[in-house]
Ligand binder design. Structure first.
Ligand code: NAP
Length: 294
């Protein structure tokens, strides 16, 4: 039987879901249902478009078999006000992408940073004493920058963004995490090129290059890359963004954005079920779901 066979729903089936608005494009149902099936667990995963967040969480509390949530745009920040407990790192990041129901309580956490960390390790990119450049200051940049800073591994973290206030807020927050990591903030238009040159790992945490973006935003600005550098484009649609194509041409190591999506889901699965996630079934389902939309 294929890992993506439909689950059989019974009276005992436990529910997990992704909430967001819009959410119908989400690849998470394909990944998580394949995982539940491969692990032989009596769980199912649905996608709900939610505009009434408070009402949604009241419903989740009332429904006993409702075990977990993935949270996506626009609820990642607003949901903090409705939860019983929030894990410290999610509080620092200021956003939650995962809710776990435990002893009738709703606990919020973020798996984006840990997922990205695993994707970087899996790509064979060493963070030890590395100089890492983030382009972007949004939720994804915050989550991953906090994870990297908390590890204490990089020597330096540089952030470039369009808004000086957002860059300053993120650099200030990161400086409270580790005294051993130097944190520098700068401007996307003025510092990107020079800082990219001195970075060991360049991370695109903007939507630049994303499928469907306006023409002027359909690629990350050209930066001079060398074979001894690594590139992590969080954009995964298309998989081969212009930035990734250029990085491959120069012989750089690549951290696939799709791996971050996979590993943050692997961690969610383990939090909800307590079982070890069937990674290969999830990867296959993710690839199939993505290809079916091309
Ligand atoms: P977000 O909170 O909306 O932040 C987007 C960031 O990109 C902001 O800093 C924004 O700057 C900047 N930006 C937007 N358009 C730009 C442009 N034309 N030029 C320069 N900077 C620009 O979004 P997010 O949740 O952090 O997500 C960022 C990207 O990562 C998205 O493409 C998302 O799909 C991707 N992502 C991937 C994964 C994964 O698993 N691979 C997970 C999460 C996110 P302003 O603040 O000035 O608008």
């Amino acid at each position: 039987m294929s890992a993506e066979s439909p689950l059989s729903i019974r009276a005992s089936t436990q529910l997990c879901a992704v909430i967001g608005n819009p959410v119908l494009h989400s690849l998470s149902p394909a990944m998580h249902n394949a995982a539940f099936h491969a692990a032989g667990l009596d769980y199912a995963y649905l996608a709900f478009t939610v505009s009434d967040l408070a009402g949604c969480l009241t419903g989740m509390r009332a429904l006993e078999g409702f075990q977990g949530l993935s949270v996506t745009i626009p609820h990642k920040i607003a949901i903090l006000s409705y939860l019983d407990e929030i894990e410290e790192s999610a509080l620092k990041i200021g956003s939650v992408n995962t809710v776990v129901k435990k002893d009738e309580k709703l606990l919020g956490t973020s798996t984006d940073g840990a997922g990205a960390f695993r994707a970087i390790e899996n790509a064979g990119v060493s963070l030890k004493d590395a100089s890492v450049l983030f382009a972007g200051t949004g939720g994804a940049a915050r989550a991953v920058a906090f994870a990297l800073c908390t590890s204490g591994l990089p020597r330096k973290i540089m952030i470039v963004g369009r808004s000086a206030e957002k860059v300053e807020a993120l650099t200030r927050d990161l400086e409270t995490v580790s005294s051993s990591v130097e944190v520098l903030g700068g401007s996307f238009s003025e510092n990107l090129l020079a800082w990219a040159e001195e970075s060991d790992l360049l991370i695109n945490a903007t939507p630049l290059g994303m499928h469907g973006a306006a023409e002027q935003e359909n690629s990350f600005p050209g930066v001079g890359l060398r074979a001894d550098q690594a590139v992590f484009d969080m954009v995964y649609r298309p998989e081969n963004t212009v930035l990734v194509q250029e990085a491959k041409k120069q012989g750089c190591k690549i951290v696939p954005g799709l791996d971050m999506l996979l590993y943050q889901a692997v961690i969610q699965f383990e939090l909800w079920t307590g079982a070890c996630a069937p990674e290969e079934a999830m990867r296959q389902a993710l690839n199939n779901a993505l290809r079916s939309r091309e």
